[in-house]
Design a protein around this ligand. Sequence first.
Ligand code: TYD
Ligand code: MG
Length: 408
Amino acid sequence: MAAKEPISLQEIPTTGEERLVTRMEEFDRVLGGGAVPGSIILLGGDPGIGKSTLLLQVADRLSQFEKVLYASGEESLHQIKMRAQRLKAKGDPSVLATTRFFELQEAVLSMNPAVLVVDSVQAFYKEDQEGVPGSVAQLREVTAGLVRLAKDKSIIVFLIGHVTKEGIIAGPRLLEHMVDCVLYLEGDRYHSFRVLRGVKNRFGSTNEIGVFLMEERGLTGVANPSQFFLSQRSGGRNGAVATASIEGSRPLLVEIQSLVTVSNYSSPRRTSAGIDLNRVALIMAVLEKHAGVSFVGLDTFVNVAGGVRLTETAVDLALAISLVSSLKSISLSEEILIVGEVGLTGEVRPVSRIRHRLNEGMKLGFRRFLLPHLNLEELNQGQKTLPDIQLAGVRTVREAIGAALSRQ
Ligand code: TYD
Ligand code: MG
């Protein structure tokens, strides 16, 4: 067998990076402006969150100008048809119901589609391999087979993977290193709101998110997520604080809610939905040590309205104020927006892109802003004046509590 000759980097022909766009803006954005031919994209998420729905919509869109094969090992042809009707699908993708990898491969080779959707990796198995569908060995084999198909035939492969409770062993995590992109569809099943998040992307940035609502006719993109989240506000009640988090390239305005109440248990309960519980614990510790607040004997519940998950430390200060607001039963003005990172010594640290956050806030009617002192200086250096708004810069959490919660 002839050895493969290395080739000089300069001589490799550049292929213009042509991306396939779905024109579902929120979806294309997360992929970095569309899908790259020959790439394999893993879509993970809890069962029932909307993965099949999203990719059937994508298949439907793309089939209007490309050859698309939708292969399902989870649903019958009839079930897929019913879903398509519900989605008012206008395209005409080819559909295959099977769980056998080689059957799928044969169909792909004879049809030669530009796009292949596989629902789901856990349902398929290679007939010549040991193990039941969904076992670690089969997951690896099936994925490896699909990666080869994608690369050899320059097909875009979308692969669905369920996140199981035991996630780490049987779920998409195991496959992340084998694929080009990993997207997760997140949200609370009982809310209509969904976030599509990129966690790995060989062809783009991973900090973009796509925002959708699950409606009667499938997932629809939300062009103005801040407006949506703020419509979920409780506004002006104890423990409710609005903040601006930058998710991807966009500022997102959301309300953080806390409930701090006397505990009936020997070890108080601490729960959080939407913010990492470790971060909540850290902020509570800082408040205890540096702001003279005590949570001893109190249950603490934290929630982000609308079911979104925040990952940015710029929401620390809003969380801190929200906790103290509930604890002391003092509500904030509805007009105030709070941003700032909190350090371990109780200092309030500056956040990135402060102007973006303020502008989004002003657009949605906020008139008072509590922000890190250093960000305020940064703003004052800019020559542009900000009309009709009130800015308060703070250096410490203690100072912030005074500024936000002093009874007017
Ligand atoms: P599904 O895409 O089947 O989830 P997954 O593939 O991630 O397991 O979607 C499941 C839920 O979505 C189901 O409970 C019904 C709901 N749904 C809608 O609300 N609107 C729709 O148009 C569709 C197709 C589903
Ligand atoms: Mg499904």
